[in-house]
Design a protein around this ligand. Structure first.
Ligand code: GLN
Length: 198
């Protein structure tokens, strides 16, 4: 099996996701072709996509000026997996409630951008995630708060009674950073789960 994985690399933490996707793929006996995406024309070659943390205002603006935004929408519209983390979650959301973020509306949630961050700048917490066997070490950094989820969205994990990992069809999004640990189970769940379309 061959797999082409694209990491949105216009801004944000890219190399950690590269390591995580390689390790998750290796677990399935796959040696992936990993591409860093800074311009249009690459997304159509990708089987799976990752949209990392960083600064959502910058990421979304660059996606639009480079014409990558519509390619991501087409990728997800065709049912192909996307893992969006932290700022990636904000960009993927239906409504980030901040006009500086040009969101892609791929995920039926609304966001309060730096809400967790205002309470506590960063922290790590053991998180129970649906589909994973045992707690996941979740690293939160100026994390966005998911304050409303649509009826088609499954909440995979909560922290403080707030959703912090969700799935909407082929999109899995987390307000924490699964790439910052050596545990690649969230990448596995998002990008290799054969049951994802259920
Ligand atoms: N708070 C940042 C934003 O709004 C996201 C933080 C992160 O990705 N670590 O873009």
């Amino acid at each position: 099996m061959t797999l082409t994985a694209g990491i949105i690399a216009v801004q944000g933490d890219v190399s950690e996701h590269e390591t995580a996707i390689r390790r998750a793929a290796n677990r399935h006996g796959v040696d992936p072709d990993v591409r860093e995406i800074r311009t249009s024309g690459v997304v159509p070659d990708c089987d799976v996509l990752l949209m990392p943390g960083g600064e959502s205002t910058t990421i979304s603006r660059l996606l639009q000026t480079q014409g990558i935004d519509e390619e991501i929408e087409t990728h997800v519209g065709a049912g192909n997996p996307l893992l969006a983390t932290c700022a990636g979650l904000i960009v993927a959301s239906r409504d980030p409630k901040d006009e500086r973020v040009r969101s892609l509306d791929l995920l039926d949630v609304t966001i309060d951008r730096n809400a967790f961050g205002r309470q506590r700048d960063s922290f790590e917490a053991p998180l129970g995630i649906t589909g994973l066997d045992g707690p996941f070490p979740a690293v939160f950094i100026r994390a966005p708060l998911i304050d409303a989820v649509g009826s088609g969205v499954s909440v995979l994990a909560e922290w403080d009674d707030t959703p912090v990992a969700v799935r909407d069809g082929p999109v899995v999004a987390t307000s924490f950073h699964p790439e910052l640990t050596s545990d690649m189970r969230v990448h596995d769940l998002a990008l290799f789960d054969a049951e994802r379309s259920e």
